[in-house]
Design a protein around this ligand. Sequence first.
Ligand code: DGY
Length: 321
Amino acid sequence: MLLITRELPQAVAMRAHAEHEVRALMLTGPFEPDHLLAHLENVDAILCTPSDKFDATLIMKLPQAIKVIATFSVGLEHIDLDAAAARGITVCNTPDVLSTATAEMALTLMLMAARRAGEGERLVRAGRWTGLSPNFHLGTGIAGKTLGIFGMGRIGRELAGMARGLGMVIHYRNRNRLSPDLEAGAIYHADDDQFLQSIDVLSINTPGGDATNGWLNAARLAVMRPGAIVVNTGRGSTVDDDALIAALRRSHIRAAGLDVFNNEPHLHPGYLDLENIVLLPHIGSATLETRNAMGFLALDGIARVLNATGSPQHISRRDVP
Ligand code: DGY
C-alpha cells in the first residue's frame, strides 16, 4: 500500500490509484510524525513532500515493511538519508523535470527585485500611486550585469542560459569546475570572496544541507558589491536571515527575492516590513506541467523499488551541484 501525505495533482493521483492501493492523509498543515506512524499498517511505500520532515527519530520508528520513501521534490534536506540507508529504505526524488520552472522563478525574482516590482504593486493596490515623474520608483536593469550562480547544477545551468539571453555575464561558484560544454563560457570561482566581489546579482541554487548551512552570512554579505541583489530559490537554510535583513535595511544589498525560507512557512518576521524584498511561498516548481512530471517521476521511483527493477537513476540521489 502507498501512503500519500498531501493532495496530489489530479493526473498523478489517478496514476497512483491505478498502480497502488492508496492511503491518502491529505495533510494541509504541519506534519505530525505520530499521525503518520498511526497510519502505516500494510504500507510499503510513502510519497511525501518537503513539508514532511523524516528525521532519524521518525525513520527509526517506521515499520520494517517500508521499502521506499519518494519525495515530491528534488531537495532532500527534509529526509535523513543516512538514517534511511541504515534502515534499508530507498529514497527517491524528482530531479531534472523542475529545472526550467525553478530557473524561471529565479529569473522572475531577479527582475522583480531589480525593478522593484513587488513594491510597485503594493503601492498601486494601496492607492498610493500619484502619477509618473522622472525620478519615480527607479530600479536598476540587469542587461550587462554580472550574475553569480551559487550551485551550478541543472537548475543553475538552466538559469545561466536564460540570463545570457538577457545580456547578463555569468560567473559561478560550485564544488567542482564544470566541463567546458556545461560551463558554456561561465566564469568559475574556486573562492567565495572572489566570487562574491565579482557579481551584481547572486542567485542561490543549491539544495541546502549541512555543507551550505548559513553560507550567506554577515561576513560574505559584507564582501558583496554595494547595491548587489540576492535571489534564493534553493533552500532557506543557505541564508543567515538576520544578516540578510541587516544588509537589506542599510541597503548594502539593494534588494532580494526569496522563494524559500528557514522554518517554512514561518519565515523570519524581519522580512515582512522590508520594502526592498520580494517574498514568494516556495512556488519555484509550481506549474501544473512540472508538478505532474514530478509526481510521475516519484511514482516511477516507487515502482522501480517495489518491483525490484531498481536502476540507480533518481534513487537516493543527493542533488548537490
Ligand atoms: C524541490 O523540488 O526541492 C522544490 O524546492 C520544491 O518544489
